[in-house]
Design a protein around this ligand. Structure first.
Ligand code: IMP
Length: 426
């Protein structure tokens, strides 16, 4: 039965949550495999807004079990708040519905302080992180200085690690970063004691759970966070997040045979956005970009920052298709383009007087690349009540066809609004 991975094909915020929510109806497990509470999606279910940061969108479907795999980083306090917030909205989270890999690395208060203090001193050269401590938590993981979720069960060990870490981080924050943050091991341990009580019941062996579902021919959906161009190895480095966002990482993170994957679905908007710093060749600082931001309500779910907007970049998308192995695309927010007389598609770039068709490896070169656009006629109709491909205006159909053809992908679906009924599978 299908093992499907859903990934963002741009710089995040493509609307993956909507697609996962749709597909989750017929799946056994939804697994998140990287990132932390830097991600966030707002779903509209029965007219009610539900904000999710760490918990997979599958949680909104009855009977679906959700897992966070080892490659996710969890801020225990933020996570408990998210569980409580969902409960207040009538969505009860229990270990029956949600499991957390014991290998998960924790984001601790000093990680957030390191993240924001580093950003504060990068004058004129900020990364524009979400300030959630994501980078420092992944750093500690690979430096073997991290605290894993399962460590909450070994408090003596935890006491010694936290004491050592707090001493080191306090010194670094003060002397190297000139920061006024100072942490107490006792306070962190007190919070971790509460976290242990709340979170240990959720701990599971994700790899074994997957093996079990595979053995029963069950369906598994992997939910990517952020987007391909924020991948730490292949994105627009250093303006990236600190995890691998590509589909292939699902196998490493969750611990399963990559040959099991049946299908990889990429999600992209009908235009392009980026939040935070970093090169973005098709960014439009004029009226078109502003209109996309206002109509598309392009403000970050986690930080509220206005997103940078611009036309669809097929050069960047082609790279995303190749890096992930995307077979099918879902194009979201098609409705936002209603009213543009002409729609532009970047099909190559000019760099140093030469036309190129591949996103350069150097972010300095990406920043200098000038997009070459193809133009298509737009449509003026309001799409919000469209419920099938056939109901789309001819020019909108043509837009989807052209994008699919140029990227050599099937168009799996499109969306024309935030509610469940507005995600349409072709
Ligand atoms: P970090 O992940 O907080 O370290 O931020 C690194 C970069 O990734 C910044 O440019 C963020 O704006 C961006 N980023 C992180 N998570 C998301 C997301 O979920 N959507 C869009 N951008 C994100």
């Amino acid at each position: 039965m299908p093992i499907v991975i859903v990934v963002g094909a741009q710089w995040g915020d493509e609307g993956k949550g909507k697609v996962v929510d749709y597909l989750a109806e017929k799946t056994d497990l939804v697994v998140r495999f990287q990132g932390g509470n830097n991600a966030g999606h707002t779903l509209v279910v029965d007219g009610k807004k539900v904000a999710l940061k760490l918990i997979p969108s599958g949680i909104l479907r009855n009977g679906v079990r959700c897992l966070l795999a080892s490659g996710v980083v969890v801020d225990p306090i933020a996570f408990i708040q998210e569980i409580d917030e969902l409960s207040r909205n009538g969505i009860t989270i229990s270990p029956k519905r949600l499991g957390l890999a014991g290998e998960i690395q924790l984001i601790l208060p000093y990680h957030k302080a390191l993240d924001t203090s580093r950003e504060a001193i990068r004058e004129g050269d900020k990364l524009g992180t979400t300030g959630r401590g994501i980078g420092p938590a992944y750093e500690d993981a690979v430096s073997r200085l991290g605290v894993r979720l399962i460590d909450l069960a070994s408090f003596q060990y935890l006491e010694s690690v936290i004491a050592r870490q707090v001493e080191e981080k306090n010194r670094y924050l003060k002397s190297v970063l000139g920061s006024s943050f100072e942490f107490s091991a006792e306070a962190i341990l007190a919070d971790l004691k509460i976290a242990a009580e709340r979170l240990l019941p959720y701990v599971t062996n994700v790899s074994l759970e997957l093996e079990d579902v595979f053995g029963r021919n069950g369906d598994v959906l992997f939910e990517g966070a952020q987007g391909t161009l924020l991948d730490v190895s292949h994105g627009t480095y250093p303006y990236v997040t600190s995890s691998n966002t590509l589909a292939g990482f699902a196998s490493v993170s969750a611990g399963f045979d990559p040959r099991r994957i049946d299908r990889i679905i990429g999600v992209c908007k009908a235009y392009c956005t980026r939040v935070g710093e970093g090169p973005f060749p098709t960014q439009d600082n004029g009226a078109d970009g502003e209109l996309m931001r206002q109509v598309g309500q392009e403000f970050g779910t986690v930080t509220g920052r206005p997103r940078r907007c611009g036309w669809l970049d097929l050069v960047a998308l082609k790279k995303a298709v190749r890096l992930n192995g995307i077979d099918q695309l879902v194009i979201t927010k098609l409705d936002v383009l209603s009213g543009f007389a002409t729609i532009k598609l970047a099909v190559s770039y000019m760099l140093d007087g030469k036309e190129i068709s591949e996103l350069p490896i150097s972010s300095f070169d990406v920043a200098r690349a000038i997009p070459c656009y193809d133009e298509m006629p737009g449509w003026s109709e309001d799409l919000s009540s469209v419920r099938s491909f056939d109901e789309l205006p001819i020019t909108a159909k043509e837009f989807l066809r052209v994008v699919g053809k140029l990227l050599n992908c099937d168009i799996f679906g499109f969306s024309i609004g935030p509610s469940r009924e507005q995600t349409i599978i072709v």
